[in-house]
Every structure is written in C-alpha cells, then in structure tokens.
Design a binder for this molecule. Structure first.
Ligand SMILES: NC(=O)c1ccc[n+]([C@@H]2O[C@H](COP(=O)([O-])OP(=O)(O)OC[C@H]3O[C@@H](n4cnc5c(N)ncnc54)[C@H](OP(=O)(O)O)[C@@H]3O)[C@@H](O)[C@H]2O)c1
Length: 259
C-alpha cells in the first residue's frame, strides 16, 4: 500500500501552491477538484520539478456520494492517506436572503460536512503513516461576517473543529493544523462575487504561494493555528480588544454589497 498526500481544491489558488509544498517532501500526491483539465496541468508541472507521482481525481466534493467515490478510488489503487489537506472551499458575498438557500447550503456541504468527514475518516491510517490533517480556514473564522455570513460561520466551524482535533491528537503521532489565510490573490474573489463590496480594495492581498509556504511550514512545525502574514496575525489580538458590535459593524460595512 502506498501512503499519499490528498489535497482538495488543488486545481488553482492556495491548493495548487500547497501541492508544490507537499511535493517537496517527495511523497506521492492525489489532487482533487472539479476541473480535471486544470488538475492535470498542475500535476504535469509538479512532476517536472519534483520526484513524486501525482494522480488527479476529478470530483465535485460537495455531492453527497463524493467521499464514497474518493474512498473507492483509494481502495482500488491500494493507497493509504498520510497527509489530508482539506483546502477546497468557497464563499458568497451578499445578503443571505438574496444569495439563495441551495447555494449557501452548498458552502456548508463543501466547507463543513466534507471537511469534517475527510478529517476524521482516515485518522487511523494517518497516524500509522506519521502524517496529519491540514484544514484551510480563514481569518474570517475569528469574527462574524455580515454579507458573507454562511462562509464566515463555516470557517469559524473549521477553526473550532480543527483546534479540538489537534488537542485530541496531541499525544498521538499526528499533526493537526488550521491554516488561516487573510485576503489572498486566487480565484476565490471571483467565485464569491466580491467585486461588489469593498473588502478586497482595503485588505492587502497575499500571493497563494506565500500563504502556502507559511501554512506548510507551520503545519510541519506542528502549530495548531497558522495565521498567514504579519498583519493577519495581529487580527485575533485586535479582535480580543474590540467589542463584537464594533467588529460586526466594520466588517459589515466592508462586505456590504447593497450600497
Ligand atoms: N483567497 C482568499 O482570500 C482566501 C482567504 C481565506 C481563506 N481562503 C480559503 O482557501 C481555500 C482555497 O481557496 P482559494 O483562495 O485558493 O480559492 P480558489 O482559487 O477558488 O480555489 C478553490 C479550489 O477549490 C476547488 N473547489 C471548489 N469547489 C469545489 C467542489 N465542489 N469540489 C471540489 N473542489 C472544489 C476549486 O477547484 P474547481 O473549481 O476545479 O472545483 C479550487 O481548486 C478555501 O477553503 C478558501 O475558503 C481563501
């Protein structure tokens, strides 16, 4: 049986950059996302630069039978999981009552339900292989985010859940990290339709490569919460000194799409 690293959402953005980081370990990768052609391009580039095997699995992880499909793929190919990187995720910017219930439940499916399943399901083999679980949360996990409410709540779940898993795993041979990027230059803003609000105008954008490098290094050091970038690292401390009504007001103004 071959031990591999699974990276979800590796067809672009932070997930693609994380794939290069994990490829540096020299272990085989399985990249998962909906866009098979983009995944294959990423895989082809990685094998040119690193000595590892990279397989791709075109899969919409938000579908109810998606995890079953992934598990069957692993069995058929005699693969066990060493590192599970739950990076796939998306958000939507706008008032909850207008964004559509199905679309917002799809955020919960991908960012919460599937991430929870993939974080717990492989723990025995992850421990046996001496690997870990990296979950990509966000700096929005630290506060309520009006006009991106379901997304912010999904990332608050990811942070809380991952911290709890890290504590439960601390005497075991498993690394568990929640990586919390701030605004990052990827396809995220376009899918979230963030052009209608001001947040990305004010928040300095980091590159996906910088975010992935910081996230990977923090994970390898065994850090439970890895906030990427100096300014972003200050945010949790600033929020402790800020009344919640004020943080809601400020973030609500920055994310408001109804002006
Ligand atoms: N960019 C930011 O400002 C920012 C800030 C904080 C946190 N994050 C988090 O970082 C993670 C990566 O996002 P990103 O910024 O790199 O955005 P991105 O460029 O949009 O990448 C998202 C990745 O997830 C995949 N994906 C989306 N829906 C999927 C589905 N249903 N099934 C399988 N794969 C799916 C996408 O591939 P396909 O479209 O091919 O499926 C893509 O590979 C997300 O969890 C996001 O919430 C981003």
């Amino acid at each position: 049986m071959t031990a591999i690293t699974i990276i979800t959402g590796a067809s672009g953005g932070i997930g693609e950059a994380l794939a290069y980081q994990f490829a540096g370990l020299g272990e085989d990768l399985l990249l998962v996302a909906r866009s098979g052609d983009k995944l294959q391009r990423v895989a082809d580039e990685i094998v040119k630069r690193h000595s590892c095997k990279v397989d791709v699995l075109e899969l919409d992880l938000s579908l109810l039978d998606a995890v079953g499909t992934l598990v069957s793929y692993l069995k058929e190919n005699d693969l066990s999981v060493k590192h599970m990187v739950n990076n796939a995720g998306f958000g939507l910017n706008g008032p909850m009552r207008e964004l559509g219930i199905e679309a917002q439940l799809n955020i919960v499916d991908l960012n919460v339900r599937v991430l929870t399943d993939l974080s717990i399901r492989f723990l025995d083999e992850i421990e046996a292989n001496g690997g870990g679980v990296m979950n990509v949360a966000s700096t929005v996990a630290f506060l309520a985010t009006p006009y991106m409410g379901v997304y912010g709540a999904s990332k608050a779940f990811v942070l809380s859940f991952t911290e709890a898993l890290a504590e439960e795993s601390k005497h075991r041979n498993i690394k568990v990290s929640a990586v919390c990027p701030g605004s990052t230059e990827t396809g995220f803003g376009e899918r979230a339709q963030m052009g209608r609000s001001d947040l990305f105008d004010y928040a300095p954008l980091m590159s996906a490569e910088a975010v992935a490098e910081i996230g990977f290094n923090g994970y390898m050091r065994g850090e439970t919460i890895v906030v990427t970038g100096t300014m972003n690292r200050l945010l949790p401390y600033m929020l402790r000194l800020t009344p919640k009504w004020l943080s809601r007001l400020v973030i609500g103004r920055l994310m408001n799409t109804e002006k």
